[in-house]
Design a protein around this ligand. Structure first.
Ligand code: FE2
Length: 290
């Protein structure tokens, strides 16, 4: 298989043609995809009308798929346990209201974050399959955090070098009003500290590592000061020159690197169905400070 890779934005994001996820992918092609991923951070594979099983099988070329630890809100598929449901339609086909617990929690994805940063070894990357896409919003925006780190103003750079931030899954409940995790879910995911500047294990490059929906503390700062710093860093990051905005077409599969990007989705009309299935690749090592 030969792939063609066409950039979609100067900072990050490229379209990949020549992959058919229904078929087995040979090792050489997997390596070509890995190389394109290292270079472009976000890859778009158009027109992949795959089943959840095929989605999981493709993910396995890049690592072990995560099984979401929280089961109380039905965001994990009952059919294929490696699938996380980024949808406003349940598995019985019912459109859900924004006031429902799972939808409240998902609303956090409108703020900048990187997936599973609350884990001791955070996720490598995620693959999102657009099954029923939004036409009124639902644009997924990505930021190149290498470039953000390189361009950080001196005042901000001094505040993140050598420092760690805490990432806590239960921030979602405090942020969105969704029900708190159960005692068991809480015990499974205690808060963790990660360096705010990390080195990517493949590219060797440094990036800013923050996740505004999970960061609840920063070393050496009180609560409000920590919050202000995360907000300031997030605002600096969210500039068009660092950002690729993915406007979905049905059956796009978008694969991003959680180690050097953050993402956020734009709101959409809640009367419109949006069905997206995600796999998340388990982290291979702890976050390395740079
Ligand atoms: Fe996300």
């Amino acid at each position: 298989m030969t792939i063609t890779v066409t950039p979609r934005h100067p900072a990050l994001g490229a379209e990949v043609r020549g992959i058919d996820m229904h078929r087995t992918i040979d090792a050489e092609t997997v390596q070509a995809v890995r190389d394109a991923w290292t270079r472009h951070l976000v890859l778009v594979f158009p027109d992949q009308r795959i089943s959840d099983q095929e989605h999981v099988a493709f993910t396995r070329h890049f690592g072990e798929p995560e099984v979401f630890h929280q089961t109380s809100l039905n965001l994990r598929s009952d059919r294929v346990r490696e699938i996380f449901l980024v949808s406003n339609v349940d598995e019985q086909g019912r459109l859900m209201q924004p006031s429902e617990p799972s939808q409240k929690q998902l609303s956090s994805s409108r703020q900048w974050h990187t997936d599973s940063s609350y884990r001791p070894t955070p996720s490598i990357g995620s693959l999102l399959h657009g099954i029923e896409i939004s036409r009124t919003g639902g644009i997924t925006q990505f930021i190149n955090m290498y470039k953000v780190y390189d361009d950080l103003p001196e005042g901000l750079r001094r505040q993140v070098e050598g420092r760690r931030a805490r990432h806590d899954f239960s921030m979602l409940h405090r942020l969105t009003g969704a029900p708190p995790p159960t005692a068991e879910e809480q015990a499974a995911m205690p808060p963790v500290w990660h360096p705010m500047v990390r080195r990517h294990p493949v590219s060797g490059k440094k990036s800013l590592y923050i996740s505004s929906i999970y960061n609840d503390a920063v070393e050496g700062l009180d609560g409000p000061a920590a919050r202000r710093l995360i907000e300031e860093l997030t605002a600096f990051s969210a500039q068009p020159e660092y950002m690729y905005r993915h406007v979905w077409e049905p059956h796009d599969v978008v694969m991003w690197d959680n180690r050097c990007t953050v993402h956020a989705v734009t709101p959409h009309d809640s009367a419109e169905r949006r069905v997206m299935h995600r796999t998340t690749i388990v982290g291979s090592e702890p976050v390395v400070a740079a």
